[in-house]
Every structure is written in structure tokens, then in C-alpha cells.
Design a protein around this ligand. Sequence first.
Ligand code: PLP
Length: 384
Amino acid sequence: MSPKFETLAIHAGQEPDPATGATVVPVYQTTTYTQDAVGADRGFVYARTGNPTRTALEQCLAALEGARFGLAYASGMAAIAGAMQLVRAGDHVVVADDLYGGTWRLFTRILPAYGVRFSYADATRPEQLAKAFEATTRMLWIESPTNPMLRIVDIAACASIARSRGAWLAVDNTFATPYLQNPIALGADVVVHSTTKYLGGHSDVLGGALVVEDEELHERLRFARTATGGVPGPWDAWLVLRGTKTLAVRMRQHQHNAARVAEFLRGRPEIAAVHWPGFPDHPGHALAQRQMRGFGGMVTIELAGGEAAARRLCEATRVFSLGESLGGVESLIGYPWKMSHAAFEPDEKRRRGVSEAIVRLSVGLEDADDLCDDLAAALAAGHR
Ligand SMILES: *Cc1c(COP(=O)(O)O)cnc(C)c1O
């Protein structure tokens, strides 16, 4: 019988410390390791190459994704930059339209200077992604659910397109987390996480990770990471590992609260639309039911009163804090037009459905009634 998710989260990669028996993986705050003789080390040599606290986190994340190898990075963007070291000058990458603003910035402002070309297509229509492939396409990059519109992308369909063209499929799984979705099982080659979000879970640590099944891919990524150095420090690895232990219970409550908030907002006249994949009339609902084990903790809304109403709401909540990021225990409210999607040109935002009326909620673990009351009071304040 193989251990289930909750058990893996607490025990995978986290054997009692071999030196002391410490039950909790220690923070190995060391940059170097004393060698027994020249060339005879005990598996660790220098902290950029390896650190036991980081190794524990990597093994745990790999187990949770149902894959063999994990690689931790200093941030989600360091992980994404690490994944992009698989492609070289002359290579082409197909990217699903709806993507994290930081990834867009890397793909449009940094990597083209290294000779990598990118094409974008509508992620909710895999045939459009397939059409964007060229002879030199080496990677397909997607997110699901997407940010901030919470569209659902068919990971298995993307995997078969990528495989038939000899390209890798990379899936940013930050919004779903491994608790709700395992892209490797759906055919993905590289799973990407900003562990800053739900995995860390407490808005107190920055981190990223890649998870892969293929040994050669793992070796290439690991070599590139050692060569470029984007590793997390041991304290940060430890904080992410501690957060990950409670991911399952947190995600269950995030989802419960998000469902309550989504249903509450759907009934309000100030709200023109509520985007939440848990609603049966959400265009991605059936697909989400197939490839996910729940609908997550994010809710995106469109205010009937447009930009002014959206900004007023963002500034009027008291329990929801106005801030960047997501996935922490505290509820956050964000204005994608000026915040997460500030890196996109206005027409690029509009094309993705991100208008001035859109507000994004990361529903936290406070009492669901308090969250709904907070939104009700903030909406009422906007009407005075
Ligand atoms: C936050 C985020 C990132 C970037 O992660 P950092 O840890 O902030 O570098 C990448 N992808 C998604 C979907 C994110 O939400």
C-alpha cells in the first residue's frame, strides 16, 4: 500500500536526521562540508550544489507530484528561468496566452535577446496551440487554472500535442497545487511551482520548484541550476517544507471558503460576473472535474460598476488585505490591471479578459462568514 498525500507531505524526504535523530529536518546552515579525505565526501560538498534541508524539500515535492525528481529554487521566477535553460538560441516555444505577468516579462523582455522565440495562442483551444508549433518548437508552456481569469487548460491534450511534436510540456501548477492536480500523471514533462504561494502557505517565504519524472531532464536542470546558482537558502527551504506539511488541510479549507465567497458574490447586484471553476456553468467546469480534485482557493470577479467600483472594493475591505501574491492563510484582494498584470500592455490585458473591472481574491483561512461580511460591507461602502 503506497502512502497517501497527507502522509507523504509529512514524511516524504523527512526521515529522522541521520546524525542526531532529530524528528524535524534540521536547517543545515552551512556552506561547506568537511571531507573525510580528498575526493571523499559524504554526498554534500558545497551549498550551491546540495544542502540536506533543500534535499528534503525536493524529495517531498517530487513525492507530492507523483514524480521522481524535485529541484528547489530561490523563487518561482528562478525556477521558471531554470526551466528555460532547457532551450537554446534558435529554439521556439509555444506559450498559452493566459500567463503569470512575471513569466510574460521573462519571455518577452529577457529571453528573446538570447535567441529564443515565443508564440502565443489561446490555451483553452488546444488546436490553436497546435497550430502555433513550428519546426524548431522545443517546449509548450501552460498554466491551469490561469491567472487571473481561472480558465482551465486541458493538460492531457497539451501533453499529446507536445509529445507528437517532440517538444516538452511545462505546466505551472502554482494555482492548483499538487493537492488538486498532478500534471506529470497527465503527461507533462516539467511541473513548475512558485512555492511562495500555497506550498509555503503563510506569506513569509519566497521559493520555487521544478518537478520532473525523466532522469536526463533532471540532470540537465540540476547542472544548469548549479551553474547559474538560483538556489534557496536552507531557512527558506525549511519554511517551504514546514508549510507543505499542512498543504492538504489548508487546501480543503481554502476551497471551502472560496466556494462560500464565490456563491455569496454571485448573488450580489454589484457583481457582473464571478469566475470560479466550481460553478457548473463555468466553461472549464467539466474539464476541471476531470483533471483536478477540487476547484482551488482563488475567485475572480468583475464589478458591474467598472473601474471605479473595482478600485473602491479593493480599498474598502478590512479582512481581505490589498496586496500582491496569493495562497497564504490571510485573504488577499488584488487589482490585476495595476498589480499582477501591470507588465502587460492594455490591449494585451483586454485580449485576455483582464479589464479595469476585474478584482482577484485569494481566499484565506479566516472564518467564511467574516469574509463574506467583509465583502458585503466593502460593497455597501462603495455605494454610499
Ligand atoms: C507568483 C507566481 C510565479 C512567480 O513566483 P515568485 O515566487 O514570485 O518568483 C509564477 N507563476 C505563478 C502562477 C505565480 O502565481
